[in-house]
Ligand binder design. Sequence first.
Ligand code: GTP
Length: 514
Amino acid sequence: MEGNEMSLAFENRVFDRRSGLGGGRMGCTLVTGFLGSGKTTLLKHLMDARGDLRLAVLVNEFAASDVDSLLLDSARLNSAFNLSTVSLTHGCACCDVKGPFRESLQKIVDSKHNFDCLLVETSGLARPDKFVAELEEVGIHLDMTVAVVDAESLDKIVKLDIVKKQLQHVDLVLLNKCDLATLGQISDAEDILEELTAGAKVVRSQFCKVPLDLVIDCSRLQALDAVKEEISAPGVLSHESLPKMAFRNNVYGKPSIAISSVDHTGNQPGTGGQRWMPDKLQSGLSHGMSFSSVTFESELPLSLAVFQSSVLRWMSKTTGLLRAKGIIWFAEDRGSRFIFQWSGLKRVEAISGRPWESAPKSCLVFIGIDESELEAITVQLSRSVEPHVKISPDTSICKEYAVSFSEKVAADGRFKEPSLNKEPLVIFGLKGSPLRGIRESELNGALMRVVNGKGSIFLTATTCSEEYNLQLLLDKDSEPDEAWNEIRLAASSVISKLCKNFCPCRSDLAAHAH
Ligand SMILES: Nc1nc2c(ncn2[C@@H]2O[C@H](COP(=O)(O)OP(=O)(O)OP(=O)(O)O)[C@@H](O)[C@H]2O)c(=O)[nH]1
């Protein structure tokens, strides 16, 4: 510890300034919820909306690889706070959160940064009650437990023991992804939640955009003014939960691709795993399910063409895949660091924002109920690694398709001028609607989700300040006319859904009515 830090830590103890809002014990909000429901989305939203609050964040990851840290960008934030990333290498955090979790908590309590509140994101397969005793032990007060629930898929997962346990003692439920669910699904989900939570407050949300004081106890907020400091970035510690039962699958004889797997029964002892039901997710998961995760890493870029034509198709066919996430480096767009997400009812996103800050690589985690199924996906991924695939088997036809598609986009006034700067990718996107307060990112994000949800076309998105663009790769097997038709119809449905609450003015209609 350096001199300044020591005296600061000493001062904190003397004046009891390290103990959260207004001098009491540091408060904590525990965020629980099944895989992919939106917990990290909530954390990101709270970080963006935190104002002067100094939030510490602790993430508990199910998979062997700490992908949430990559997605939350914790390494950069940790170094700003001089905190180190903590990895659990022994024990399963779903059942045992002692040891490294306690150490992480202690570091936060002892930190010179005087955090006001701690947010703990438990893994999508963790029981929140396991964390409570540890918080109390280090003197952190559990202010509230918030469950994030995917409104669209709740009825499919509700039979799982772990889902019931997650909802048992919560103070608040964010019924999230209401943009994807029908009104019927939302009201069914509310009925289920009423029963399972014994009447906890339920708030509907999209992308967990709720007021900060709904999920953080800010009742002692006035005292904050007295202790305002320069520091504005949140501190993030992250720990992995499970032992790496790793096998290194050195597919091409170079240490550039690694696959590791973890098998874990996420339920109580004695509830044997149940595998291979016909489309398990669509028909609902049974309570005694066991879970596995497989991690794929590659230091060589993946072919986007092969990823969309075979990996994604394979994933769609896989009936027991519950969650996939990570970062991807595509050979066709080497400058972009894509965050890939697969969650709920086969909802797929690939968005690039921040540029690479370290050596580019791909790191993906797959969680599901059949390890062999998951490994089969990583075999497909290995096949998409450059230079073992020819990226563009027939570049001239890809170019021709790209030109033909971009001409169609250019002729549709709802879209911005397309670009072929990243040939063979076509870059395009819907125009925002400032008159109605609808941003480009909202429209194009929704368009990407609708199109990707249909499963025949894979759109990626790139964001840069106010610009939000979509990218499409048409390969030799593509049908550009069909692709355009699908995108055009999806655009109409997205526009009408997002704009339904606005009464269009006549000048605006010309651009958007189709
Ligand atoms: N359409 C839609 N997508 C959402 C919403 N909230 C989150 N998502 C997306 O759902 C996916 C999963 O969100 P996360 O926040 O990573 O979910 P999580 O609960 O942290 O996932 P795990 O930690 O893996 O259990 C991401 O692609 C999000 O962008 C929402 O309200 N609507």
